[in-house]
Design a protein around this ligand. Sequence first.
Ligand code: FES
Length: 206
Amino acid sequence: MSEQAGYVPVVGAVAEPQPAPEKSYRFSEQAIQELEEILTHYPDKKSAILPALWIAQREYDGYLPPQAIQEVADRLERPFVEVEGVATFYTMYNLRKRGRHHLEVCTCLTCAVMGAYEVVHHLEKRLGVKVGQTTSDGEFTLSEVECLNYCGAATVVQVGDKYFGNITKENVDELIETLRNSNEFTPADLANAIVRLHIPERTAKK
Ligand code: FES
């Protein structure tokens, strides 16, 4: 193909569509049933992309690799690119694996006034990472988030499906140690909690 006048190829740029991800379905029987139930709440399959992605985020260990997006696309009979567009729009979907515990420190106004940045900077030093990074042992990812709507307990740190309130740079080390010894409050637990909100009847039956 001849080059257009003035066209300068960018070194390292991806110029062509990428191959579709390998198909390797991971939804459990329970996940399939949950999706079927959720589908009854909507007029069409497209409308269920958000909850279907939450099921996928749980089933794929707390994040959405391309295979997870492909599985949702196939189960909802939608194009991959459409589901990918939704998954990449909302920050609560994890496109990359997070640490076993994802520390989301609220740095919005009330928490900031109550010392949230001291907590963040203490955690950066203690864990040896910057905001947005994961520790090399895969235990913790550190993030800043907007108001978690629990301002009365500032500073608030969300870890998976749990809020920890009144966190200070003095007591946050204790939280880190508690989490190191805990298998709860994982990114997958958060995804599961949100799936449950979509099907409260099913949760209540258990
Ligand atoms: S400002 Fe932190 S929870 Fe509202």
